[in-house]
Design a binder for this molecule. Structure first.
Ligand code: IMP
Ligand code: MG
Length: 191
């Protein structure tokens, strides 16, 4: 059995090889919330012209695909990839792995994240993308672990707030497993 530590500061271990983890948020609940978010974003951006959706790889790819297709405003898609220094690192240092390809200068940017945990990744991304000179930057995340926040970062659109637990599915993984689950499940502690 493949067991990896969740965080250095957490002594708990998680079973990562369950193909059917227990359901936390159903497929229907996700779809309903994605529709609501798309309606809200479409209304908010109606008078702004077009928006560039920047999906944070890899975790946001399914959320971005579903959300972007339900928007009623002109939109284009970009991707960005980051990684944290060292798995389970407490430093919060984030490294850019792949920058956006298109020019976002003067454009309205909406960052699409799968989950905001400590907030370091989103905080880094906002700062980095600001240097490209966009007209505006807003943030959207499917999931938010508010109680884990370490940095103060503004989130404009949140799908669901969750507790301090590791979740998988709908794009999110644990050690690359469970990304294509249609629902959000939580990975159970094994001790
Ligand atoms: P942060 O920088 O601590 O906010 O971490 C954000 C990133 O950590 C997310 O974009 C995810 O890639 C990953 N992450 C944090 N919590 C989870 C989780 O419960 N499941 C899967 N990935 C997570
Ligand atoms: Mg991510």
């Amino acid at each position: 059995m493949n067991v990896l530590p969740y965080r250095i500061r957490s002594p708990r271990k998680y079973n990562v090889s369950n193909p059917n983890p227990p359901e936390l948020i159903s497929e229907a609940a996700i779809q309903k919330r994605v529709t609501e978010l798309a309606e809200q974003i479409s209304a908010d951006y109606a008078d702004r012209g077009d928006v560039v959706l920047i999906g944070v790889l890899k975790g946001s790819f399914i959320f971005l695909a579903d959300l972007s297709r339900q928007l009623t405003i002109p939109r284009t898609i970009e991707f960005i990839a980051v990684s944290s220094y060292g798995a389970g690192s407490q430093s919060g240092a984030v490294r850019l792995v792949m920058d956006v390809r298109g020019n976002i200068e003067g454009r309205h940017v909406l960052i699409i994240e799968d989950i905001v945990d400590t907030g370091h990744t989103l905080s880094y991304l906002i700062g980095m993308l600001k240097s490209h000179g966009p007209a505006s930057i807003r943030t959207c995340t499917l999931l938010h672990k508010a109680e884990r926040a370490e940095v103060d970062v503004e989130i404009d659109y949140v799908g669901f707030g969750i507790g301090d637990e590791w979740v998988v599915g709908y794009g999110l993984d644990y050690a690359e497993e469970n990304r294509t689950l249609p629902y959000i499940g939580n990975v159970q502690p094994t001790d």
